[in-house]
Write a protein that binds this ligand. Sequence first.
Ligand code: F6R
Length: 604
Amino acid sequence: MCGIVGYIGKKDSKRILLDGLKELEYRGYDSAGIAVLQGDNFSSFKATGKLINLEEKTKDFVTDKFSIGIGHTRWATHGKPTELNAHPHAGENSYVVHNGIIENYAELKKELLEDGVHFLSQTDTEVIVHQFEKNLKTSISAFEAFKITIEQLHGAYAILLVTKGEKETIFFAKNGSPMLMGIDSDNEKYFASSDTPLIGHCSDINYFEDGDYGYVSPDALVIFSQKNLQKEPVFTKLSTNKLSAQKDGYRFFMEKEIYEQHDVITDTLLGRLSEERVIFEEIESSLFDGINEIKLCACGTSYHSALTATYLFERYSKVKTSIEVASEFRYREPIMNKDTLFVVISQSGETADTLETLKMAKKAGLKTLVICNVDNSSMVRLADACILTRAGVEKGVASTKAFATQVTVFWMMSLYLAELKSSMAKEEIQKQIALIREIPASVRVSDAMHEHIKRLSKRYLHGHGFFFIGRDVFYPLALEGALKLKEISYLHAEGYPSGEMKHGPIALADPELFTIALLPEHKLYEKAKSNVEELSARDATICAISPLEFDKADDLIPINRCKDYMLEFFEMMVVVQILSLEISIRLGNDVDMPRNLAKSVTVE
Ligand code: F6R
């Protein structure tokens, strides 16, 4: 959680830091702050809420000479989202920004308090700067003090620290939270939690490894590894395409990302389908040698896409497949057998709980695979193999195109495995591949459909709750539809298997209970229909999403008739996404930055 930026050089550091934070605001927006050292003077500004408040506070602040600066946008973990708890945190002569969690902060804080140090905030981060200043008193250099401080910290962090005694230096350390550094053509250095703030400034970037620490100055770039060995940076080229990260005239990034699904799924398929087989050049088929079971592990939306995969892997590949919520898997002392392929699914590749399960699987000696959207993310670097989903930068906090590309990859993977395991006839695989080629068309948003959902959304702004219901793969889609709605509308919504409603939830049925019924033509239509009829008979308000007319529905959102249930899945996916979007817009919510959420959950 949280985003950090840093800059050292002669350019307008205020602008660079604020623009960088703007790009990272999706990682958290409870508060933001910057600290800049120009000459002998530190200037620090903090504001609660979105970045615009910090912009306002800094409007008269000018940076027109050499300076070093650090900035932070926060998603609160320890301490309320107040100005005092906002970063950068100050000591007597130093400032620090931090992303992650310092697990032993309470012990360190206790000792510092006993030494008479005065704390201003309730955060774990503030101990870093005080601990540094304590170490400074007994160290031969600021860098030595920084190094000792880092050794004393337990937990996850990406840290930038600046101090008055070293007016031309930024100290950095990374362990478990993302951080990278770029250099521009004037040899000036930039830091950020992800690459987007650096686009337009730097053409080459270095991703830090866990355990890396060091410092930069105008002439130096010194990196040490976890083993205290000095190492060279490994620069990779940074894309120059910032346009793709802009809104392109849509009201919200989420809306743009829903419309983009056609293009990104086309990218996801690129080079991966021949007439008769699925090709994943990035993985060796030997990855599946000796594998009798697949275990999927993820959080949130990625969990829902993985749940869809459990149906496809068992149905098409005939491989035993199970799934776990990462935060549960971590602590329940699971049995991990070596004939299990451990697959983690993540848009960001940084989600703390999912990352931890990957580490557990690796430790237990399991083969591992990650399905991920962010190349070079922590999970991608850790797993034995990786399939990238190619959804592009997803800025809306509510995930849409990442989910769509994940399910696309899973559908392809089920056929890849079907071929490997000879569980499906060649002709059947060919037929499925032809269907996969139709996904991009299935997710195209027509004006008529969007307009219809927009008009209808005004009838669904109240009530005492929503039930999204479906069977088979439409059950994970129901879970995802409900998650989308609650995330951005703040209305209560649940996803449920249609057949389970009569085992309890049907007691809630009345006209104020809104049921969003997923009724595909090609998967268990009659059974799903009778489940909905039971609800309709009890006067629940029914909004059916189906290619077929349904006279028991109060409202019907029609989808195109398709050849296959998976194509109906993608058609309905777009409908539930737009329904959530339009309800949320009518309620006046900030769709892209829903309250209490952040894009990347890098704390457990
Ligand atoms: C919901 C959403 C979250 C994420 C979850 C996992 O719209 O985006 O539920 O899916 O936090 O994130 P990743 O996929 O980055 O591991």
